[in-house]
Design a protein around this ligand. Structure first.
Ligand SMILES: *Cc1c(COP(=O)(O)O)cnc(C)c1O
Length: 443
């Protein structure tokens, strides 16, 4: 067969009804043209017949139809992986989000009076109930929460922060940069490892807008250290008639020790310690959709709600619905680990994960043609929570040539993501919902 004998696009289209049903005539025509042009530009030997050309076009169409935001298997060992989208939602939250997508909802409509309602009202009561705060408001994420709090309370004024807490969370979230965008001047006090009460007290001037405490989420300073605890910082602020803001980052609503995890400050504790405003994330330990929560004193929350930035940073109805359903789960802590995927994954016992690894090892070794050894490993919570505490876990160590294996697993239709450590590709099975998910992904 010669190049001039290649079938025409029109003739190929006549044999493409199944493809047209799936992808549409325009896309199939385009794919056939591109495929034919590719063959003409670099003719393979032998030249493909009509069926071969259709199959090449189908491959291109299938690749193009695949979602850009691909579901993956997170076997990295980091449960709340920011780059993999953090928390998975509870069934209740997904159902609520779906209902909000399918139907109009009384988002800003007061069904009692028939007048205008408030979008935050759906979450305010629950947040106050679960944190003990007087009032609450919500924005797009915790970075937005910090931004609007600083802008509301300290625009054109100074915010006093310890040098030990001037964190970078990752990406562009650096506390000094956020302060600048919020229009407030950063007044650093103390040193990297030690900050004293008098450092804060001596820095207060008529220019001061607030005192701030930032949870050093993703690192620990150890050794010769001193920080001023929240209750004392609140006292110093209040003596000067200033608000104290505590950015908890992850922040949890429950005592994690109950599930064998290391303690992380709860929001209720931070409120009880005298903070006037506490900020925290929705999609870290809390296990909901992306959100930023601001809880605290009524008049401060009211001022935040009047800030024009609030409109720019507000949450949409879908996430409000999912957030409300997630928060409701916290009313029944006894069943929380069953219903909230984040907690379910974090509290999976090592023995259970190891048994799963033992079941899967032979199959994985066979499919990949590599060695798969069952190992004990350590998972991390991720997203900056409890950075130095790991959770005993188990998984598979794949060898040899871990880089090549990692690349192969990333190339699967459902990519499998592990981590390379000590010359092996480690698949930490803590976040594997069931055996079938891995077997299907490998098939
Ligand atoms: C994670 C974090 C933030 C940012 O929260 P996002 O929800 O990711 O916007 C801010 N402050 C601290 C201390 C954090 O840990």
């Amino acid at each position: 067969m010669q190049l001039r004998d290649l079938p025409s696009v029109d003739r190929l289209l006549g044999q493409s009804s199944a493809l047209i049903d799936r992808h549409g005539r325009a896309a199939v025509t385009e794919a056939l043209r591109t495929t034919l042009a590719g063959i003409r530009a670099a003719p393979p030997q032998p030249l493909p017949d009509a069926a071969g050309i259709l199959s090449l076009a189908e491959q291109a169409l299938t690749a193009r139809a695949r979602s850009n935001l691909r579901p993956v298997l997170n076997l990295t060992g980091t449960v709340l992986h920011t780059n993999l989208g953090r928390a998975l939602l509870a069934d209740e939250a997904m159902a609520a989000a779906l209902a909000a997508m399918q139907s109009p909802a009384a988002l800003e409509f007061d069904l009692d009076t028939g007048g205008r309602g408030e979008r935050d009202s759906h979450l305010r009561g629950l947040l106050c109930e679960l944190t003990g705060a007087e009032d609450a408001t919500v924005v797009n994420n915790n970075a937005a929460a910090v931004l609007i709090v600083l802008n509301t309370l300290a625009r054109n004024r100074e915010a006093i922060v310890s040098r030990g807490e001037l964190i970078e969370i990752g990406g562009a979230f650096r506390m000094p940069a956020i302060m600048e965008q919020a229009g407030c001047r950063l007044r650093e006090v103390g040193t990297t490892n030690r900050t004293h009460a008098r450092d804060y007290a001596e820095a207060i001037t008529p220019e001061t807008g607030l005192l701030m405490k930032v949870h050093t989420s993703n690192y620990r300073i150890e050794g010769f250290t001193k920080e001023v605890a929240a209750p004392e910082l609140a006292r110093i602020a209040h003596q000067a008639g200033l608000p104290m803001v505590n950015d908890l980052g992850s922040g949890t609503l429950v005592d994690l020790r109950r599930w064998g995890l290391a303690p992380e400050p709860t929001v209720a504790e931070a409120v009880a310690e005298g903070a006037d405003v506490v900020t925290f994330s929705g999609d870290k330990l809390l296990g909901g959709p992306q959100a930023g929560f601001i809880v605290g004193r009524r008049e401060i929350i009211a001022a935040i709600n009047r800030n024009p930035l609030k409109r720019a940073l507000r949450m949409d109805k879908i996430r409000i619905a999912a957030t409300e359903a997630t928060l409701r789960l916290y009313r029944d802590p006894d069943r929380l680990a069953e219903r909230l995927p984040t907690l379910r994954l974090l509290s999976r016992p090592q023995a259970q994960i190891r048994a799963q690894a033992e079941r899967l090892a032979p199959r994985v070794a066979q499919v990949l043609g590599c060695a798969a050894t069952v190992i004990d490993c350590a998972s991390q919570i991720g997203s900056g929570a409890l950075p130095t505490d790991t959770i005993p876990s188990a998984g598979l160590a794949l060898t040899p040539r871990p880089e090549a294996l990692a690349e192969r697993l990333r190339g699967l239709p459902t990519p499998i993501l592990g981590r390379i450590h000590d010359g092996a590709l480690i698949l930490d099975l803590r976040c594997l919902p069931d055996d079938a998910a891995l077997i299907d992904a490998l098939a």
